[in-house]
Design a protein around this ligand. Structure first.
Ligand SMILES: NC(=O)c1ccc[n+]([C@@H]2O[C@H](COP(=O)([O-])OP(=O)(O)OC[C@H]3O[C@@H](n4cnc5c(N)ncnc54)[C@H](OP(=O)(O)O)[C@@H]3O)[C@@H](O)[C@H]2O)c1
Length: 428
């Protein structure tokens, strides 16, 4: 039986589980593939200790420098599970340029280097698989790339960050945001430094990967409008539920308007109707709703992180790569596509302000919206929320984000209105 020889770089959470499964499922994987998956080398700063811990035989080479992997003789594919940016970037580019297949779980690498990776893969006639980079164990990328290849994807709405979804779930039960974050950290669901999660930047990287895959052209992460959880309070989550019949979710959205090369992409806290399937996604779970022209709405749900889910996605990629190598059918990655054009579409907004309790303040706020033709759907002034001002909560009818932004700037310039405010989008 032919062997596919693998090198695994990074023996941390995902790498260790990947190696463990590669070995424990050796026989069933070989039957499925019609070839043996042979672990030829591992690389980690503490490779020897990790190899001992994993019980690897002496035939598996142990390296500490990922830069040496691409030139190891007899390697067919590299599995990059290092994390970070620079070392993975050098490893993946060098491997692809040499014609080695690559599997990676690294969303940052893809989101920030999409075009150079495609270029390197095209140059080396090599394939790059990256299922675990978005939504962990959910096979969303294969669904988009293979299952929906004949369809036209119109939009993707995702809960793409488990940490923030866990925090929002606890907040909806009345736990303050800071305590919810501490709980997530205790459970190992949040990083020590959760800034990328809370700011929405982690979800933006995943939106970038999803949109680039669907469109074939790179949507850079800086083209995704990003708003994180920072402004969302317990009062917002309670008000959303009791007065608006909605739940707050941090959504990553990519909408392809008209031709697929026009895309609207954002990450934002959003008010989702309680009966919407995304509203039921709680705790650290991820979900992606794909709207396709012919298939309609498809919902993908599961664990977005963790050793098992990520290793499952990595192994799926390894098998896909193995099949391509065996049949010689690996289509070279397409060359970088033409530049995407950004679009905006109308959306209803939630705005919470804190204002001084003075006559005429409310009418100046509504006038600022009215001047720009923004129509108000609801307006509320709940009592006793905020000692620093009277809360004004407005929801609008759909309006363009640009127009809403201009109205917001003029409202925040009013002397009686505090600059502290919360904006969320309303999902229809
Ligand atoms: N964890 C998850 O649930 C999950 C889910 C989906 C995708 N991912 C992605 O999978 C990748 C790996 O994540 P992970 O959680 O497994 O990370 P991890 O636990 O930190 O493991 C990474 C391992 O690689 C080693 N390493 C990093 N840079 C190295 C270098 N330059 N040279 C040698 N060794 C190096 C690290 O050693 P040190 O500890 O000494 O740095 C560590 O042992 C990341 O891209 C992550 O975004 C993770």
């Amino acid at each position: 039986m032919r062997a596919i020889r693998l090198a695994v770089a990074g023996l941390g959470t995902v790498g260790s589980e990947t190696v463990r499964l590669l070995r424990s499922r050796r026989e069933s994987l070989a039957r499925r593939l019609g070839a043996r998956l042979e672990l030829a080398a591992v690389c980690d700063r503490r490779a020897a200790a990790a190899a001992r811990r994993l019980g690897l035989p002496a035939s598996v080479r142990r390296l500490t420098d990922p830069g040496r992997l691409p030139s190891l003789p007899g390697i067919d594919a590299v599995v990059e599970l290092l994390g970070g940016l620079e070392a993975p970037r050098r490893l993946v580019l060098a491997s692809l340029r040499r014609g080695l297949g690559v599997v990676t779980a690294n969303k940052r690498l893809l989101a920030h280097g999409w075009d150079e990776l495609r270029e390197a893969a095209a140059r080396g006639q090599a394939r790059l698989h990256f299922e675990a980079s978005v939504a962990g164990g959910i096979p969303i990328l294969k669904a988009l790339e293979l299952g929906l290849a004949g369809d036209r994807v119109e939009a993707i709405y995702g809960i793409l960050n488990g940490t923030t979804n866990f925090i929002l779930t606890r907040m909806s039960e009345g736990m303050p945001a800071a305590a919810a974050l501490r709980r997530a950290q205790e459970l190992g669901l949040a990083e020590k430094d959760p800034a990328l999660d809370l700011s929405g930047r982690d979800a933006a990287d995943k939106v970038s990967v999803l949109a680039s895959l669907v469109s074939g052209s790179w949507l850079r992460p800086d083209q995704v409008r990003v708003q994180g959880l920072e402004g969302v309070s317990l009062e917002d989550t309670a008000f959303a539920r009791s007065a608006l019949g909605r739940r707050v979710k941090l959504l990553g959205v990519a909408r392809f308007t008209g031709a697929e090369l026009r895309v609207e992409a954002f990450v934002s806290p959003a008010l989702v109707p309680l009966e919407h399937p995304l509203a039921a996604v709680s705790d650290e779970f991820n979900a992606v709703l794909v709207r396709a022209a012919s298939a309609g709405d498809l919902m993908f749900y599961g664990k977005g992180a963790g050793a098992g889910p990520a290793a499952s996605a990595v192994l799926g990629d390894v098998l896909a790569l193995g099949r391509e190598l065996l049949t010689g059918t690996a289509p070279a990655a397409p060359r970088p596509g033409p530049a995407l054009r950004l679009a905006d579409s109308d959306c209803a907004f939630y705005l919470r302000l804190a204002a001084l309790d003075r006559p005429g303040v409310l009418s100046s706020v509504t006038a600022a919206l009215g001047r720009l033709g923004i129509s108000i759907a609801t307006i509320n002034q709940p009592a006793g929320w905020d000692p620093r001002g009277v809360p004004i909560i407005i929801t609008t009818h759909p309006t363009s984000p640009g127009t809403f932004g201009r109205a917001l700037r003029s409202i925040l310039a009013l002397p009686a209105v505090s600059r502290r405010h919360t904006v969320m989008r309303l999902l229809p």
